[in-house]
Design a protein around this ligand. Sequence first.
Ligand code: SF4
Length: 257
Amino acid sequence: MDKQLNLFSIQDKEQSAVSDGIESLGLPPKASLAHEASGRNEQDMLNSQSSILNSQSSILYSSLEEAKSAAMSCKKCVLCKERTKVVFSDGLENAKIMIIGEGPGENEDLQGLPFVGRAGQLLDKIFTSVNLNRKEHLYICNVVKCRPPNNRAPADDEAEACRDYLEAQIKYIDPKIIILAGAVAVKKVLKLKDPKITKLRGQWIDGMGDLLQGRKIMPIFHPSYLLRHEWNKNPDSPKALMWQDIQEIRKSYDALK
Ligand code: SF4
């Protein structure tokens, strides 16, 4: 696994080997690896926040399987009423990287898998551009496991009702890196009132509490947000920033070994 995976070799081959991912992302060819120093205040703010997740080790379920089985027939919130399928997760159950989104959309609801629509395909391309994929490296889930009607953001009480499942996923998958895709995931997981994803993206946050301690957390743009933006040669464009962030994620993943 991970044979010859090297961030810099990927950069060298950016117009060929990873063209599928990069070109369709419209990512800039020479994006800098330098990490933005800005956002320090936001990180300080984050480090002082309580999370929606328990700081105590009071996980309701004794295994991931038990949590999944409970979720499959769950009626703890109103989202159960209109769902087609419960969307629990996809990916590797001992992944070092967990990606958490806000909730299932239409395609996800129909297929019972997270991030399988256009935005999900873009997410896959972003990660495969640095040779990370859901079969070998990633575990993907959402704050809520059932689709909110009309793709609205999940309400606080819905996120709270679904919290036990997310806690079980974090405990039993035991990821070293948690990626929060989009402002809603940041808001719900880190319990922030009005997170500015443009400021927080790309910032590493040290997890706190029993469940998150020792894990590195990074907010990134939601891929559906990226779909609405073309790359325009501006190094501050969302896709250029995403390119920086995915390389930073790859670098941290490599440092785990
Ligand atoms: S969103 Fe979560 S808490 Fe609500 S019904 Fe679905 S699984 Fe249960």
